[in-house]
Design a protein around this ligand. Structure first.
Ligand SMILES: Cc1cc2nc3c(=O)[nH]c(=O)nc-3n(C[C@H](O)[C@H](O)[C@H](O)COP(=O)(O)OP(=O)(O)OC[C@H]3O[C@@H](n4cnc5c(N)ncnc54)[C@H](O)[C@@H]3O)c2cc1C
Length: 478
C-alpha cells in the first residue's frame, strides 16, 4: 500500500512490527525481503516519488577537511541515492573482511563466508547475473613484483547493475505486498528513547502535518551521513561508545591520478585495451600478499583509454590518443577524527542541526595510492605500452591530482562486537538500544577498494533473516 502523509486522509497514527526509516537501496531491499514473512512492515520515506528541492535542501551541510559534497552525493526521495548512482557492483575482497594486523580497526564481526551467502542473493536484487566475480581476471601487461618477489597486483571485477533505479524497479512490488505500507513525505524527527528501547517515532511533512509511529523494531536506513545525523540529533542516541559520526570514510578516487603516454603502437585505444585491459571491467588491485608485505591498504588502479579534456592534458600532448588518464580508487583507514558532527550554527527547516563533514585521510592511505601508481607506472613502462607520468605527492591534503569523493560515505555507525568500539553489533543491532537496527554503509568497519552498494544490499538481506527470526509476526501482516 502506498500512503502519503501530505494527503489529509492518511491516518496520524501507525502501528507496525518493523518500521524502516528510509527507502533507499538498504530500506527498499529490507522491506522487499520481508514480503510474505507475515511481519507487518512500515517503510517511512522523507521525500515523495520524485526529486523535490525542499527535501533535498535538508541535506545541505558544511564541510571542512578534504573537499566533500554532502548535498549532491545523495538524493532524498523514494529510491534514495540509487536515483542517480552508476550501478557498479562487486564484493569486498575476502581478506578485507578479516583482521589485517597492519591496518588499525580492521576486521568485521562476521565472516567472509557469511557475507558470501548474501552477496549471491544481492546479485538477484541488483540484476547482476551469476555470482562469478572471481572468475574474471585481468591480464598483466608485464610482471610487477614486491621487493620480496610476490605479485604486486591481482584483479578485481565489477559489474554494472541494470536496471538500477531501485525505487522504480521495486516500487510496484512493494505497493502490492499485503504486509508492506509505504508512507511518503514522512520525515522522521529526532527520536527519544525510553531507556534501552524506542517506543515511538514522530514523522512530519514539510507543511508540519505530523503522525506517530509505533513499532516493535525500528531500522534506520537513511544513508551513511544521515544515519549518524539522526542519532546525534536524537540526543546522542545509541552513542555510549562515542563512535557515532566518527570513523567517516570514503574512497580516494581520481580519474586523473596520472597519465599514460602510449607508445606509437598503442595510440589506438583498441590496441591499448587489448594489451592492458582485455577484460573491460577487470581492474588491477594491490594483491593481498603485497598489502601484507608492505603494510598497504586496498587500492584499485586502471587506465581508461578515452579522450582527455584539453585542460587535463600534459604539456605538449595535442592529439586525443596521445594520453590516457590513470584512475585510482584507494581505501583509507577508519580514523576517529575523520567524522561528521552536528553544526551548532545551522539548522534545517525542522530545526534539526545540519551536518558538518570533516573528512580526513592519513599517510597509510596516501602511501597506498602512491605505491599503486608507481608500480603501475613501472609495469606499463616494462611492457613497452607507454610511459606513465605521475606528479610527486607532497602531503596529506595537498594531493597532486584532483582527488574526488566517489560518494561512498561509510563508517559513521561502525559495526563491532565490542560495544566500546562500535555502534552496532555483527547483526546490525545497536549495542545500546534493544529494538534499534542500523543498515547501510554507515556500519562498515572498513571499505576495501570496491563500490559499497552490493555490500549494503547483502547486509540488508542478512538483516531481513535476522528480523524474521527475532520478530514474531503480530498477525496483522499478510
Ligand atoms: C553519483 C553517484 C554515483 C554512485 N555510483 C555508485 C556505484 O556505481 N556503485 C555503488 O556501489 N555505489 C554508488 N554510489 C553510492 C550509492 O548510491 C549508495 O551507496 C547507496 O545508494 C546508499 O544506499 P542507502 O540506502 O544506504 O542510502 P540512500 O540510497 O541515500 O537512501 C536513504 C533514504 O533515506 C531517506 N531519508 C533520509 N533521511 C530521512 C528521514 N529523516 N526520514 C525518513 N527518510 C529519510 C532518503 O530520502 C533516502 O530515500 C553512487 C552515489 C552517487 C551520488
Amino acid at each position: 500500500m502506498l500512503l502519503d502523509l501530505e494527503s489529509p486522509d492518511t491516518p496520524s497514527s501507525y502501528d507496525a512490527d518493523v518500521c524502516i526509516v528510509g527507502a533507499g537501496a538498504a530500506g527498499i531491499t529490507l522491506a522487499r525481503a520481508l514480503i510474505g514473512s507475515g511481519i507487518d512492515v512500515l517503510l517511512l520515506e522523507a521525500g515523495g516519488l520524485t526529486y523535490d528541492e525542499e527535501s533535498q535542501k535538508i541535506y545541505d551541510a558544511t564541510v571542512d577537511g578534504l573537499r566533500y559534497y554532502p548535498s549532491i552525493c545523495r538524493l532524498r526521495y523514494f529510491g534514495g541515492t540509487t536515483n542517480h548512482w552508476e550501478g557498479w557492483c562487486g564484493p569486498m575482497p575476502r581478506q578485507s573482511i578479516g583482521p589485517r594486523p597492519w591496518m588499525p580497526r580492521s576486521g568485521w564481526p562476521l565472516s567472509a563466508d557469511e557475507l558470501d551467502t548474501y552477496y549471491r542473493l544481492a546479485c538477484e536484487v541488483l540484476s547482476l547475473g551469476a555470482y562469478d566475480f572471481l572468475d574474471h581476471q585481468a591480464v598483466l601487461p608485464a610482471e610487477a613484483l614486491t621487493p620480496a618477489g610476490a605479485p604486486f597486483f591481482d584483479s578485481f571485477y565489477l559489474k554494472q547493475s541494470q536496471p538500477r533505479r531501485l525505487g522504480e524497479v521495486y516500487r510496484q512490488e512493494l505497493v502490492d505486498a499485503p504486509n508492506v505500507r509505504i508512507l511518503l513525505h514522512a520525515n522522521v524527527l529526532p527520536i527519544q528513547a525510553d531507556g534501552r528501547s524506542i517506543r515511538e517515532l514522530t514523522v512530519s511533512t514539510f507543511a508540519n502535518r505530523t503522525a506517530k509511529v509505533r513499532a516493535r523494531v525500528y531500522v534506520i536506513a537513511c544513508g551513511a551521513l544521515e544515519n549518524a545525523r539522526l542519532l546525534l540529533a536524537s540526543n546522542n542516541l545509541a552513542n555510549s561508545s562515542d563512535a557515532v559520526g566518527r570513523y567517516f570514510m570514503d574512497h580516494l578516487f581520481s580519474t586523473v591520478a596520472g597519465a599514460v603516454v602510449p607508445a606509437a603502437d598503442y595510440r589506438d585505444p583498441i590496441a591499448f585495451k587489448a594489451k592492458v585491459h582485455p577484460d573491460p571491467v577487470a581492474a588491477l588491485r594491490i594483491s593481498d600478499q603485497a598489502q601484507r608485505e608492505l603494510g598497504l591498504l586496498n587500492c584499485g588502479v586502471w587506465t581508461s583509454p578515452v579522450y582527455v579534456p584539453e585542460s587535463l592534458r600534459l604539456p605538449g600532448v595535442r592529439s586525443i590518443n596521445e594520453q590516457y588518464p590513470v584512475l585510482v580508487m584507494g581505501e583509507q583507514c577508519a580514523l576517529p577524527d575523520s567524522r561528521v558532527t552536528l553544526d551548532p550554527a545551522a539548522v534545517d527547516r525542522f530545526n534539526v542541526p545540519r551536518l558538518k563533514v570533516t573528512w580526513k585521510v592519513d599517510d597509510q592511505a596516501q602511501q597506498t595510492v602512491r605505491r599503486a601508481l608507481l608500480s603501475y607506472a613501472g609495469m606499463i613502462a616494462r611492457s613497452g605500452v607507454g610511459r606513465v607520468f605521475i606528479e610527486p605527492m607532497k602531503s596529506e591534503i595537498d594531493w597532486p591530482f584532483a582527488l574526488v569523493s566517489p560518494c561512498h560515505s561509510s563508517g559513521t555507525t561502525r559495526m563491532s562486537s565490542d560495544p566500546r568500539e562500535g555502534v552496532v553489533n555483527g547483526d546490525c543491532r545497536a549495542h545500546d538500544i534493544d529494538n534499534l537496527y542500523i543498515v547501510g554503509s554507515s556500519v562498515f568497519p572498513t571499505i576495501a577498494e570496491v563500490n559499497p552498494t552490493m555490500t549494503i544490499i547483502a547486509l540488508a538481506l542478512r538483516l531481513a533473516d535476522e528480523l524474521k527470526s527475532v520478530v514474531r509476526p503480530s498477525g496483522t501482516g499478510g
